[in-house]
Design a protein. Structure first.
Length: 306
């Protein structure tokens, strides 16, 4: 009996050792499970969808948003005229088998069309909405305002830091990146046309999502957190806004305008109407005075002729 127990224990130890050797950690995505090495590559299942992801590269934004929803309960440069923000934030997306966003996204019976960054680009409609194709986002603009520092930021050091970080950390080719600094605003442009992007290139939508999470202190990386240190002093960000420009302009109506903009429009309209009313009322009163003066003059003439 003892030899049998010893053999069984040896088999268990071997199996445990083999399983441990076969397991791996996905350094570029902490929202995964069931990670295993295959031909030297760490492959895992994305939380919320079970889609296999290659940990040697970035995970698609659609899968990252889906994984996040699974664990949750719910002096500046003028912007291009078609640039728009993501006003909806996090939602539970429908992803294609390859990890990209489906052109049509819904929550219950409410649906809308999105771009390749998963950002809503139309008004919200009922389930009959048609989204003919997934419109590509070709330009993403990061605008970050940093807090006051003890020492001024060296412009060249800052540009070099962000370009190297985006290239090395998020694997984006440097030709897609440009950095502008106008104290205290840092503007990062990620531009990538469909004709420029090869099958080996990561998508700027995925890069932007990773970068935004790092800037906001909610890194997707398992343990490798980025330190925004410029010339031996850490940058602290007060505000970060991301703008999206698609290859086709978005299709928003007046209903989708922000309450603040609507309020401004209403105030302007009221001011115009009030001005017209005052003008009309003034003219009427002036007309009455002219008629009264003419009447009085006629009476005076009749009195003199009598």
């Amino acid at each position: 009996m003892k030899p049998f127990c010893g053999a069984a224990l040896l088999l268990l130890l071997c199996a445990a050792t083999y399983a441990q050797q076969d397991s791996c950690i996905c350094e570029k995505n902490k929202r995964v499970t069931n990670c295993k090495l295959s031909s030297g590559v760490c492959w895992c299942e994305s939380v919320g969808s079970g889609t296999p992801v290659n940990c040697d590269t970035l995970t698609s934004k659609c899968l990252l948003m889906k994984a996040e929803m699974t664990g949750s309960k719910s002096g500046r440069r003028e912007k291009p005229k078609d640039a728009f923000e993501d006003t909806d934030g996090l939602y539970d997306p429908e992803c294609e088998s390859g990890g990209g966003f489906k052109a049509k996204q819904c929550s219950g019976n409410t649906c809308w069309c999105v771009n390749t960054a998963g950002v809503r680009r139309t008004d919200k409609h009922d389930a009959d909405l048609k989204c003919n194709k997934l419109v590509r986002t070709t330009w993403i603009i990061f605008e970050m305002k940093h807090a006051e520092r003890n020492a001024p930021v060296n412009t060249e050091s800052l540009k070099k830091f962000f370009k190297e970080t985006i290239t090395n950390r998020y694997l984006l080719d440097g030709r897609y990146i440009s950095v502008l600094y106008e104290k205290p605003y840092i503007t990062i442009d990620l531009k990538q046309n469909a004709s420029d992007k090869s099958s080996r290139d990561v998508d700027i939508a995925d890069v932007a999502y990773y970068l935004e999470k790092d800037v906001k202190g909610d890194s997707i990386f398992h343990s490798n957190r980025v330190n925004f240190n410029i010339d031996n002093e850490t940058l602290h960000f007060e505000k970060t806004v991301v703008y999206y420009i698609d290859e086709v302009a978005p299709e928003f109506s007046m209903k989708s305008l922000t309450p603040g903009l609507i309020a401004v429009i209403v105030v302007v309209i009221i001011a115009i109407v009030a001005g017209i009313v005052v003008l009309v009322f003034t003219r009427r009163r002036k007309g009455k005075y002219v008629k009264a003066e003419i009447k009085e003059m006629n009476e005076m003439h009749r009195g003199l002729n009598a």
